[in-house]
Structures are given as C-alpha cells and as structure tokens.
Write a protein that binds this ligand. Structure first.
Ligand code: NJP
Length: 227
C-alpha cells in the first residue's frame, strides 16, 4: 500500500505514463490536467475506484485548491505530488521568437508549479510527503535563445529552494530532468528520443526508496546513436 499520488499534466505523455506505472505499483491516483475527457479515459483504463480525476489549469489557484479539497474528500490523505504539467514555446531566439507564446508557457511552467506546491504542501506535510518536479535537461544546460530552457532553469531553482525550505521536515524533493522524450509535446516525433515510460520508471524509482533515501535529481538522456 503506497498511498496517494497526485500528478499534474496527467492527460498525456510523461504524466499519463507515470499514472500507468504508479497504478501498477498500487498507488491511488489524483490525475489533473485541462483535458477532462482524456483524464476520464485514463481513469477508465486504470480502474476508476482508485483514481480521482480533476479538471485543472495549473495557473488557476482556485482550481488548485478545489483539487486538494476533492483529494481529501475522496482519499483522506495525500502522500506525493508530481508537478509535471508544462508547455513548450516557440524557438527562434530571444530576438525573433514568437513572444505571444511566452506568457502562457512561463505561467504554466513556473507559476503553475508554484501554485501546485502552495496548494498541496500543507496537506503533504502531514504525512512527510514527497514532491517530484519535471524540470528538464534544458534546465541545467543551454539551448541557445530558448525561453523554454529558461523556464526549466526556474524549475531547477524551485526544486533546490524547496529542498532548503523543507530541510528537517522529513519531506523529500526530487527533480526529474528528462532529455528529449517522444510525447505529444512535439508536433512530430523527435529522432533519438526517450519514451514516456522511461521517465515514469525514474519517478517510480525515486518514490519507492525508503524514507531515509532522498533522491535529489535524476537526469535522463537518450543514448547517443552509434552511427
Ligand atoms: O508533454 P505532453 P510531456 N494546466 O504535451 C498538461 C517536460 N519535458 O509529457 O492540460 C494543466 O504530452 C497537458 O494537459 P492538458 C515538459 O516541459 C518534456 O512531454 O490536458 N495542465 C499534458 O497533460 C512538461 O513539464 C520533454 O493539455 C497543463 C501535459 O501538461 C512535462 O515534461 C523534455 C497545462 C503535457 O504533456 C510533461 O510533458 C523535457 C495547464 N495550464 C521536459 N498546460 C520532452 N517531451 O522531450 C499543459 O526535458 N498541461
């Protein structure tokens, strides 16, 4: 019995793959994203009795607070949160990228993560809970002219600063840093990419360690092609 795991951005890609892996491990799940229909389909697949779906835009604090209320009504506790929802914006460099995509991307990737933390931490603290964040390999290396990369540097900072805030609380913080993953994040499948379940495996690894083991960061990149 592993307790209750809440996943944002659970409607596709890494979040949905993590939901599938965690369901196999015996977690009860709270699945959140904007696409209610996709969440319902996933809940149906996983067995609705152990799954709560929440329609959530991570940039809306009222919806975040409603999600935590529903979680407590349904399961009575919360043990882990995977703040994974994120978006990419246009590339092209700071001088020429389409800046109109920046606002929503920054709000989702940075502000949205902060709101998920603020909404869930009071409840998580009761059970010495575990916070996992989807940062990125792009959040510790550079992609020339990429505002997306900059948002993920911010997520790296959130992870480090949160760990300091929670020092001594018995809580754990894990930063998951994927390289290229073949998910609906990209309009076309990238070459030489990881699969969503590769990242899900890393999340399960961090979650399933004993209480005295705090997996701080996992950086996962695809193996470079041999030719
Ligand atoms: O992509 P995708 P990934 N409020 O598009 C949700 C990071 N990452 O699995 O709301 C709430 O399949 C969206 O759901 P919906 C990436 O930055 C990826 O690859 O229904 N939810 C969907 O469930 C992101 O942080 C790669 O549209 C919102 C999910 O987010 C995370 O991995 C590499 C939302 C996105 O799923 C998952 O992305 C890397 C909002 N406002 C990091 N906006 C990669 N794929 O290569 C979006 O280093 N969502």
């Amino acid at each position: 019995q592993h307790g209750v795991l809440l996943i944002t951005g659970a409607s596709s890609g890494i979040g949905a793959a993590t939901a599938r892996a965690a369901a196999r491990e015996g977690y009860k799940l709270v699945l959140a994203a904007r696409s209610a229909d996709k969440l319902e389909a996933l809940a149906h697949e996983l067995g609705p009795e152990n799954v709560l779906t929440c329609e959530l835009d991570v940039t809306d604090m009222e919806q975040q607070l409603a999600m935590i209320d529903q979680t407590l009504e349904t399961f009575g506790r919360l043990d882990a949160v995977f703040a994974n929802a994120g978006q990419s914006g246009s590339s092209g460099g700071f001088s020429s990228a389409d800046h109109t995509t920046w606002r929503e991307m920054i709000l989702t990737n940075v502000y949205g993560v902060g709101l998920t933390l603020q909404a869930t931490l009071p409840t998580l603290k009761r059970h010495k809970g575990h916070v996992l964040l989807t940062g990125s390999a792009a959040g510790r290396t550079t992609i020339p002219g990429s505002m997306y990369s900059a948002t993920k540097w911010a997520v790296t900072g959130v992870g480090y600063n949160l760990r300091e805030e929670l020092r001594g609380s018995g809580m754990r913080v894990t930063l998951i840093e994927p390289g290229m993953v073949d998910t609906p994040f990209f309009d076309e499948s990238p070459e030489n990419a990881l699969e969503d379940r590769d990242i899900a495996n890393a999340v399960i690894y961090a979650l399933s360690q004993p209480a005295h083991v705090d997996v701080n960061e996992i950086l996962i990149r695809p193996t470079p092609p041999t030719e």
